[in-house]
Design a protein. Structure first.
Length: 320
Protein backbone atom coordinates (compact mmCIF):
# COMPACT_ATOMS: atom_id res chain seq x y z
CA UNK A 1 0.00 0.00 0.00
CA UNK A 2 1.72 3.18 -1.19
CA UNK A 3 0.34 5.52 1.52
CA UNK A 4 1.53 3.49 4.46
CA UNK A 5 5.26 2.88 4.24
CA UNK A 6 6.47 -0.13 6.18
CA UNK A 7 3.06 -1.67 6.56
CA UNK A 8 1.70 -4.64 4.73
CA UNK A 9 -1.71 -4.31 3.24
CA UNK A 10 -2.68 -7.42 1.39
CA UNK A 11 -4.99 -6.69 -1.50
CA UNK A 12 -8.18 -8.66 -1.05
CA UNK A 13 -8.80 -11.05 -3.92
CA UNK A 14 -12.36 -11.36 -5.15
CA UNK A 15 -14.14 -14.42 -3.79
CA UNK A 16 -14.05 -17.47 -6.00
CA UNK A 17 -17.50 -17.62 -7.55
CA UNK A 18 -17.28 -21.29 -8.45
CA UNK A 19 -19.68 -23.30 -6.36
CA UNK A 20 -21.88 -20.31 -5.62
CA UNK A 21 -23.95 -20.92 -8.71
CA UNK A 22 -24.71 -24.49 -7.60
CA UNK A 23 -25.32 -23.44 -4.00
CA UNK A 24 -27.77 -20.73 -5.05
CA UNK A 25 -29.65 -22.99 -7.47
CA UNK A 26 -30.08 -25.82 -5.00
CA UNK A 27 -31.41 -23.40 -2.37
CA UNK A 28 -33.86 -21.82 -4.81
CA UNK A 29 -35.04 -25.23 -6.03
CA UNK A 30 -35.54 -26.71 -2.54
CA UNK A 31 -39.16 -27.38 -1.57
CA UNK A 32 -38.85 -24.48 0.88
CA UNK A 33 -36.71 -22.10 -1.15
CA UNK A 34 -33.88 -20.49 0.78
CA UNK A 35 -30.70 -18.47 0.22
CA UNK A 36 -27.66 -17.78 2.37
CA UNK A 37 -27.60 -14.31 4.00
CA UNK A 38 -24.12 -13.78 2.54
CA UNK A 39 -25.83 -12.93 -0.78
CA UNK A 40 -27.25 -9.74 0.77
CA UNK A 41 -23.84 -8.12 0.70
CA UNK A 42 -23.11 -6.93 -2.80
CA UNK A 43 -22.02 -3.25 -3.05
CA UNK A 44 -25.61 -1.99 -2.71
CA UNK A 45 -26.42 -4.49 0.03
CA UNK A 46 -23.44 -3.39 2.12
CA UNK A 47 -24.56 0.25 1.85
CA UNK A 48 -28.15 -0.68 2.71
CA UNK A 49 -26.92 -2.60 5.74
CA UNK A 50 -25.05 0.50 6.92
CA UNK A 51 -28.34 2.39 6.56
CA UNK A 52 -30.15 -0.27 8.61
CA UNK A 53 -27.62 0.28 11.38
CA UNK A 54 -28.73 3.92 11.80
CA UNK A 55 -32.48 3.21 11.75
CA UNK A 56 -34.27 4.09 15.00
CA UNK A 57 -36.02 0.69 14.92
CA UNK A 58 -32.78 -1.25 14.56
CA UNK A 59 -31.61 -1.10 18.20
CA UNK A 60 -28.67 -3.60 18.03
CA UNK A 61 -26.05 -1.29 16.53
CA UNK A 62 -26.61 1.70 18.79
CA UNK A 63 -27.19 -0.45 21.88
CA UNK A 64 -23.95 -2.30 21.30
CA UNK A 65 -22.14 0.99 20.58
CA UNK A 66 -23.40 2.40 23.90
CA UNK A 67 -22.17 -0.71 25.74
CA UNK A 68 -18.72 -0.19 24.22
CA UNK A 69 -18.74 3.55 25.02
CA UNK A 70 -19.61 2.90 28.64
CA UNK A 71 -17.44 -0.13 29.32
CA UNK A 72 -14.45 0.09 26.97
CA UNK A 73 -11.94 1.03 29.70
CA UNK A 74 -13.02 -1.95 31.81
CA UNK A 75 -12.97 -4.18 28.74
CA UNK A 76 -9.37 -3.16 28.10
CA UNK A 77 -8.47 -4.03 31.70
CA UNK A 78 -10.03 -7.47 31.40
CA UNK A 79 -8.67 -8.22 27.92
CA UNK A 80 -5.22 -6.61 28.12
CA UNK A 81 -3.34 -4.87 25.31
CA UNK A 82 -1.20 -5.80 22.30
CA UNK A 83 -1.61 -8.87 20.12
CA UNK A 84 -3.68 -9.35 17.01
CA UNK A 85 -7.30 -8.33 16.61
CA UNK A 86 -9.08 -10.52 14.07
CA UNK A 87 -12.26 -8.76 12.99
CA UNK A 88 -14.88 -11.23 11.75
CA UNK A 89 -17.19 -9.55 9.23
CA UNK A 90 -15.36 -6.23 9.49
CA UNK A 91 -17.54 -4.25 7.06
CA UNK A 92 -16.35 -0.65 7.31
CA UNK A 93 -13.97 -1.52 10.21
CA UNK A 94 -15.43 1.31 12.31
CA UNK A 95 -16.24 -0.83 15.35
CA UNK A 96 -12.75 -2.26 15.62
CA UNK A 97 -11.18 1.17 15.10
CA UNK A 98 -12.82 2.31 18.32
CA UNK A 99 -10.94 -0.41 20.21
CA UNK A 100 -7.49 0.55 18.92
CA UNK A 101 -6.81 3.52 21.26
CA UNK A 102 -7.42 1.29 24.30
CA UNK A 103 -6.37 -2.20 23.20
CA UNK A 104 -3.27 -1.09 21.22
CA UNK A 105 -3.11 -4.12 18.91
CA UNK A 106 0.12 -4.81 17.01
CA UNK A 107 -1.78 -6.29 14.11
CA UNK A 108 -5.30 -5.89 12.75
CA UNK A 109 -6.82 -8.55 10.50
CA UNK A 110 -10.20 -7.52 9.10
CA UNK A 111 -12.12 -10.32 7.40
CA UNK A 112 -15.15 -9.70 5.23
CA UNK A 113 -16.97 -11.32 2.36
CA UNK A 114 -17.38 -8.02 0.50
CA UNK A 115 -13.90 -7.45 -0.90
CA UNK A 116 -14.37 -3.99 -2.47
CA UNK A 117 -15.94 -2.56 0.64
CA UNK A 118 -13.13 -3.95 2.77
CA UNK A 119 -10.30 -2.68 0.58
CA UNK A 120 -11.66 0.88 0.76
CA UNK A 121 -12.19 0.78 4.50
CA UNK A 122 -8.76 -0.68 5.29
CA UNK A 123 -6.79 1.75 3.18
CA UNK A 124 -8.50 4.66 4.97
CA UNK A 125 -7.93 3.08 8.38
CA UNK A 126 -4.26 2.40 7.65
CA UNK A 127 -3.74 6.17 7.23
CA UNK A 128 -5.22 6.83 10.67
CA UNK A 129 -3.25 4.05 12.40
CA UNK A 130 0.00 3.73 10.45
CA UNK A 131 1.75 1.82 13.25
CA UNK A 132 -0.72 -1.11 13.21
CA UNK A 133 0.05 -3.83 10.69
CA UNK A 134 -3.11 -4.44 8.67
CA UNK A 135 -3.81 -7.62 6.75
CA UNK A 136 -7.19 -7.69 5.04
CA UNK A 137 -8.73 -11.05 4.13
CA UNK A 138 -11.73 -11.87 2.01
CA UNK A 139 -13.26 -15.07 3.39
CA UNK A 140 -16.69 -16.64 3.55
CA UNK A 141 -16.92 -17.37 7.28
CA UNK A 142 -19.83 -19.73 6.66
CA UNK A 143 -17.53 -22.08 4.71
CA UNK A 144 -14.35 -23.82 5.89
CA UNK A 145 -11.63 -21.24 6.36
CA UNK A 146 -8.15 -21.01 7.84
CA UNK A 147 -6.01 -18.05 8.81
CA UNK A 148 -2.95 -17.57 6.57
CA UNK A 149 0.54 -17.53 8.13
CA UNK A 150 0.66 -13.70 7.94
CA UNK A 151 -1.68 -13.65 10.93
CA UNK A 152 0.52 -13.54 14.01
CA UNK A 153 -0.16 -15.94 16.83
CA UNK A 154 1.19 -14.12 19.89
CA UNK A 155 -2.25 -13.32 21.24
CA UNK A 156 -5.28 -13.54 19.03
CA UNK A 157 -8.44 -11.70 19.96
CA UNK A 158 -11.38 -12.57 17.76
CA UNK A 159 -13.74 -9.60 17.51
CA UNK A 160 -17.23 -10.54 16.41
CA UNK A 161 -19.58 -7.63 17.07
CA UNK A 162 -23.05 -6.89 15.75
CA UNK A 163 -24.58 -10.24 16.71
CA UNK A 164 -23.65 -11.73 13.34
CA UNK A 165 -23.32 -15.07 15.18
CA UNK A 166 -27.14 -14.98 15.05
CA UNK A 167 -27.06 -15.90 11.35
CA UNK A 168 -25.80 -19.39 12.22
CA UNK A 169 -28.05 -22.23 13.36
CA UNK A 170 -27.12 -22.86 17.03
CA UNK A 171 -25.30 -26.10 16.11
CA UNK A 172 -23.31 -24.26 13.42
CA UNK A 173 -22.61 -21.43 15.86
CA UNK A 174 -21.08 -24.00 18.21
CA UNK A 175 -18.91 -25.44 15.41
CA UNK A 176 -17.84 -21.92 14.46
CA UNK A 177 -16.89 -21.02 18.05
CA UNK A 178 -14.99 -24.32 18.38
CA UNK A 179 -13.07 -23.44 15.22
CA UNK A 180 -12.17 -20.02 16.67
CA UNK A 181 -11.04 -21.70 19.89
CA UNK A 182 -8.71 -23.97 17.89
CA UNK A 183 -7.27 -20.90 16.11
CA UNK A 184 -6.21 -19.40 19.47
CA UNK A 185 -3.09 -20.30 21.39
CA UNK A 186 -3.34 -20.33 25.19
CA UNK A 187 -3.52 -16.57 25.34
CA UNK A 188 -6.42 -15.94 23.01
CA UNK A 189 -9.97 -14.85 23.39
CA UNK A 190 -13.16 -13.66 21.80
CA UNK A 191 -15.09 -10.42 22.23
CA UNK A 192 -18.54 -11.04 20.83
CA UNK A 193 -21.81 -9.11 20.52
CA UNK A 194 -24.99 -11.08 21.12
CA UNK A 195 -28.55 -9.90 20.56
CA UNK A 196 -30.80 -10.96 23.44
CA UNK A 197 -34.34 -12.35 23.56
CA UNK A 198 -36.86 -9.57 24.16
CA UNK A 199 -40.42 -8.47 23.38
CA UNK A 200 -41.45 -9.99 20.03
CA UNK A 201 -42.86 -6.71 18.72
CA UNK A 202 -39.62 -4.83 19.36
CA UNK A 203 -37.73 -7.62 17.62
CA UNK A 204 -40.07 -7.74 14.61
CA UNK A 205 -40.04 -3.95 14.11
CA UNK A 206 -36.25 -3.93 14.08
CA UNK A 207 -36.46 -6.11 10.96
CA UNK A 208 -39.45 -4.35 9.37
CA UNK A 209 -38.73 -0.64 9.71
CA UNK A 210 -41.06 2.16 8.65
CA UNK A 211 -38.73 3.61 6.01
CA UNK A 212 -38.56 0.27 4.27
CA UNK A 213 -34.77 0.08 4.35
CA UNK A 214 -34.80 -3.54 5.55
CA UNK A 215 -37.34 -4.34 2.83
CA UNK A 216 -34.97 -2.80 0.26
CA UNK A 217 -32.06 -4.75 1.76
CA UNK A 218 -34.05 -7.98 1.45
CA UNK A 219 -35.32 -7.25 -2.10
CA UNK A 220 -31.87 -6.19 -3.28
CA UNK A 221 -30.91 -9.84 -2.83
CA UNK A 222 -32.96 -10.63 -5.95
CA UNK A 223 -30.93 -8.15 -8.01
CA UNK A 224 -27.71 -9.69 -6.74
CA UNK A 225 -29.02 -13.17 -7.62
CA UNK A 226 -30.05 -11.92 -11.08
CA UNK A 227 -26.45 -10.82 -11.65
CA UNK A 228 -24.94 -14.04 -10.29
CA UNK A 229 -27.32 -16.46 -12.03
CA UNK A 230 -28.51 -14.41 -14.99
CA UNK A 231 -32.02 -14.97 -13.61
CA UNK A 232 -35.05 -12.74 -14.22
CA UNK A 233 -36.50 -12.11 -10.75
CA UNK A 234 -38.79 -9.04 -10.97
CA UNK A 235 -38.57 -7.12 -7.71
CA UNK A 236 -42.12 -5.74 -8.11
CA UNK A 237 -43.51 -9.30 -7.73
CA UNK A 238 -42.03 -9.85 -4.27
CA UNK A 239 -42.54 -8.42 -0.79
CA UNK A 240 -40.52 -8.32 2.39
CA UNK A 241 -41.68 -10.39 5.36
CA UNK A 242 -40.05 -10.45 8.80
CA UNK A 243 -41.32 -12.00 12.05
CA UNK A 244 -40.07 -13.45 15.32
CA UNK A 245 -40.30 -17.24 15.52
CA UNK A 246 -40.38 -17.58 19.32
CA UNK A 247 -40.26 -21.39 19.30
CA UNK A 248 -36.89 -21.28 17.57
CA UNK A 249 -35.86 -17.96 19.11
CA UNK A 250 -35.10 -16.37 15.78
CA UNK A 251 -36.13 -13.56 13.48
CA UNK A 252 -36.95 -14.95 10.06
CA UNK A 253 -36.83 -12.87 6.90
CA UNK A 254 -38.56 -14.03 3.77
CA UNK A 255 -39.36 -12.71 0.31
CA UNK A 256 -42.96 -13.57 -0.48
CA UNK A 257 -44.43 -13.81 -3.99
CA UNK A 258 -47.25 -11.25 -4.35
CA UNK A 259 -48.67 -13.23 -7.27
CA UNK A 260 -47.84 -16.43 -9.14
CA UNK A 261 -44.29 -15.95 -10.38
CA UNK A 262 -42.15 -17.65 -13.01
CA UNK A 263 -38.40 -17.28 -12.68
CA UNK A 264 -35.94 -18.47 -15.32
CA UNK A 265 -32.16 -18.65 -15.46
CA UNK A 266 -29.70 -20.19 -17.92
CA UNK A 267 -29.87 -23.79 -16.74
CA UNK A 268 -33.02 -23.78 -14.67
CA UNK A 269 -36.00 -22.00 -13.28
CA UNK A 270 -38.86 -22.28 -10.85
CA UNK A 271 -42.49 -21.34 -10.51
CA UNK A 272 -43.63 -19.83 -7.23
CA UNK A 273 -47.28 -19.72 -6.21
CA UNK A 274 -48.72 -16.52 -4.77
CA UNK A 275 -47.81 -16.41 -1.05
CA UNK A 276 -44.89 -18.84 -1.47
CA UNK A 277 -41.65 -17.47 -0.14
CA UNK A 278 -37.89 -17.62 -0.22
CA UNK A 279 -36.39 -17.83 3.27
CA UNK A 280 -33.52 -15.32 3.14
CA UNK A 281 -32.28 -14.99 6.72
CA UNK A 282 -32.41 -16.27 10.28
CA UNK A 283 -31.21 -14.07 13.11
CA UNK A 284 -31.08 -16.09 16.34
CA UNK A 285 -31.58 -14.38 19.69
CA UNK A 286 -30.04 -15.76 22.89
CA UNK A 287 -30.19 -15.37 26.65
CA UNK A 288 -26.86 -14.55 28.32
CA UNK A 289 -26.72 -17.91 30.20
CA UNK A 290 -27.47 -19.85 27.02
CA UNK A 291 -24.78 -18.04 25.06
CA UNK A 292 -22.23 -18.40 27.87
CA UNK A 293 -23.01 -22.14 27.88
CA UNK A 294 -22.37 -22.23 24.12
CA UNK A 295 -18.99 -20.50 24.56
CA UNK A 296 -18.06 -22.96 27.30
CA UNK A 297 -19.08 -25.94 25.18
CA UNK A 298 -16.75 -24.53 22.53
CA UNK A 299 -13.86 -24.59 25.00
CA UNK A 300 -13.77 -20.92 26.03
CA UNK A 301 -14.04 -19.61 29.57
CA UNK A 302 -16.52 -16.76 29.69
CA UNK A 303 -14.72 -14.09 31.66
CA UNK A 304 -17.02 -11.09 31.60
CA UNK A 305 -20.13 -9.70 30.02
CA UNK A 306 -21.49 -6.21 29.67
CA UNK A 307 -25.04 -5.24 28.81
CA UNK A 308 -27.34 -2.19 28.55
CA UNK A 309 -29.87 -1.34 31.28
CA UNK A 310 -32.74 -2.92 29.27
CA UNK A 311 -30.65 -6.08 28.68
CA UNK A 312 -31.39 -5.90 24.97
CA UNK A 313 -27.84 -6.70 23.90
CA UNK A 314 -24.71 -8.19 25.45
CA UNK A 315 -21.00 -7.97 24.75
CA UNK A 316 -19.24 -11.04 26.09
CA UNK A 317 -15.50 -11.64 26.53
CA UNK A 318 -14.40 -15.23 26.74
CA UNK A 319 -10.83 -16.47 26.96
CA UNK A 320 -8.93 -19.68 26.42
C1 LIG B 1 -25.67 -8.63 10.30
C2 LIG B 1 -26.72 -10.68 10.85
C3 LIG B 1 -26.29 -9.07 12.56
O1 LIG B 1 -29.32 -10.25 11.98
O2 LIG B 1 -29.53 -8.25 12.75
C4 LIG B 1 -30.25 -6.73 9.85
C5 LIG B 1 -28.52 -8.63 9.56
N1 LIG B 1 -30.78 -8.37 8.56
N2 LIG B 1 -31.46 -6.50 9.35
C6 LIG B 1 -29.03 -9.05 11.96
C7 LIG B 1 -29.82 -7.91 9.35
C8 LIG B 1 -31.78 -7.48 8.57
C9 LIG B 1 -27.99 -8.54 10.96
N3 LIG B 1 -26.68 -9.23 11.15
Amino acid sequence: HPGAAGNVLHPVPPLPRAGEHAELCSGLLASRAHTSPKYFYDAMGSVLFEAICVLPEYYPTRTEAAIFSTHLPQMAEVIGTGGTIIDLGAGNCAKAARLFPLLHPHQYVPIDISADHLNDAVSRLQQRFPHIEMTALSLDLAQDWQLPPEVRNERRLFFYPGSSIGNFEPAQALDFLRHLRLCCDNNGGILIGVDLIKDAQILATAYDDHLGVTAAFNLNLLRHINRLLGSDFALSQWQHRAFFNSRQSRIEMHLEAKQDVQVRWADGGRDFRQGESIHTENSYKYSIPDFVALLEQAGFIAAHHWTDSDEWFAVIYAQT
